[in-house]
Design a protein around this ligand. Structure first.
Ligand code: GTP
Ligand code: MG
Length: 198
């Protein structure tokens, strides 16, 4: 799939406020600063679409982007930002949960993991919650340009072993770099294949 048209539609903090036009939604989540907004911009070929920042906690709302007038790409706030105060964290968690568990149009949730580190407890807890609630998800290992390909491949293997300690089956796993465009084709083809089944 090629993205020929990507436009910001709206921001919301509760699922009732999302766009009225109902289309399949593909959402992106992960720890704060993992590279969600950068990946979205890379997929859409527009570096100014989603706001990125080196300061964690940049995205605090659910942002809908309409793609090729056919589906929504959804940029979610990050979870697990330690420096945010308790109230801020609880509010963000409520925004995230409300969208993930109540958005009927969400067909796939991409969970981003930093490819430089072992998949962490916070990520494992988060996806275990998804599993218990029957939410379909795939993993994307981000920032692959920061290390050599062999190191990234070894990290992916290690993460698979960690996942297999609590999961019988592995989810789809993609490797990406927003800087180099790695993973763009694979992720967009995966989305296209899901759209074709709807
Ligand atoms: P929040 O909205 O704060 O949760 O962050 P986010 O997950 O949307 O991350 P964002 O895309 O804003 O990126 C965070 C930082 O990581 C920025 O400084 C980006 O430039 C950098 N970054 C993101 N993706 C990549 C990548 O693939 N390669 C490299 N080298 N840097 C990246
Ligand atoms: Mg962001």
């Amino acid at each position: 799939m090629k993205i020929s048209d990507a436009r910001f539609v709206s921001s919301s903090t509760r699922v009732q406020q999302k766009p009225k036009q109902r289309l399949p939604e593909f959402a992106f989540i992960g720890r704060s600063n993992v590279g969600k907004s950068s990946l979205i911009n890379m997929l859409c070929g527009n570096s100014k679409l989603a706001m990125t920042s080196s300061t964690p906690g940049k995205t605090k709302v659910v942002n809908h982007f309409i793609i090729n007038d056919r589906w929504y790409l959804v940029d979610l706030p990050g979870y697990g930002y330690a420096k945010m105060n308790q109230k801020g964290r609880e509010e963000l968690a409520a925004v995230i949960r409300d969208y993930i568990f109540n958005s009927e149009e969400m067909v796939m949730l991409f969970v981003l993991i930093d490819s430089r580190h072992d998949i962490g407890k916070i990520d494992l807890d988060f996806i275990s919650d998804l599993g218990e609630n029957g939410i379909p998800f795939a993993l994307i290992m981000t920032k692959a340009d920061k290390q050599g390909p062999n190191v990234v491949a070894a990290q992916v293997e290690k993460d698979k072993q960690i996942l297999l300690e609590s999961w019988e089956e592995l989810p789809p796993i993609f490797v990406s770099s927003a800087q180099k465009g790695t993973g763009k084709e694979e992720i967009l083809n995966y989305i296209e294949n899901i759209l074709a089944t709807l």
